[in-house]
Design a binder for this molecule. Sequence first.
Ligand code: NAP
Length: 302
Amino acid sequence: MKTDIAIIGAGTAGMSAAIYAKRAGKDVLMFEGYMPGGQIVVTPEVDNYPALGKVSGYDFAIGLFNQATELGTEMISANVSRITRKDGGFLVSYDGGEVEAKAIIIATGAKNRKLDVENEDKFTGYGVSYCATCDGAFFKGQTVAVVGGGNTAFEDAEVLASLCSKVYLIHRREGFRAEPEKVAKIKSLPNVEFILNAKVTELKGDDKLSGAVVEDVVSGEKREIALNGIFVAVGQTPSTDVFEGLVKRDNAGYIIAGEDCIAAEGVFVAGDCRTKKVRQLVTAAADGSVAALAASEYCSRD
Ligand code: NAP
């Protein structure tokens, strides 16, 4: 099979790239290993995308997907395992086959970072979760904790505070990356208690989570809190290992490219997996358009 542009990843950046590349008249094949939509599918509410007002993350993702596929974007549900250069273009290998492409757009985003404490994997699905929107309802009326101080942690805390009797917000310092408006809202909720300057050092339980050991990073004092669930919201790591050798990555694994989204000859990168300061829906969509137009121009060169 052959295509003009292979897009790896069907999140906001990838689907925006597909829309722009199709409108530029290119054949587009998009690969997605899990489900279209990326991180936004599990975001309860998007309220900072210009002109949209309030919209659920799911509806936002469906809108993007419909727009990309109605324009003729073809989808392959598979993980890409390797991309190699071949005859001036690329050979994309995936579970189930190979595709030749003139240009590549990498839009694989990022996946949830773990706490890296003992028993985290053992209790995942048994009290440890990385998605409050997906799993919050299992903890209705119970006691849970959210770990992290970014926008995700505060959005998770809001979702959980509406369902659970008690929510601890555990963060390793006193300042937050989250927007002040989100912080103020959570501070006003009576069933949320902040545990600051603190890190989770141990997860307790037999078959499922029953508590966590929390260490005060200033005094070194440890205490155990009883918990039914713990929601880890400590940021993401980019999903870029498969592109080792094809592009340059920084120490954290982000693919190095500027605002032109050019990562290497014929390879473009869009969205959260690119080196950049602001990772938002609107910047992912913007990257998608920039990468797609650059890739389309690249495909049309003599
Ligand atoms: P983030 O902004 O990178 O925040 C991660 C948080 O986890 C930080 O508070 C960080 O602490 C903490 N942390 C990191 N590693 C840790 C560890 N090993 N142990 C304990 N704590 C740790 O991640 P995010 O909240 O997932 O957001 C990612 C991006 O998406 C951001 O750009 C965010 O603005 C954006 N986002 C936007 C929205 C929205 O606009 N509606 C919603 C969600 C996410 P330190 O601060 O001390 O480093």
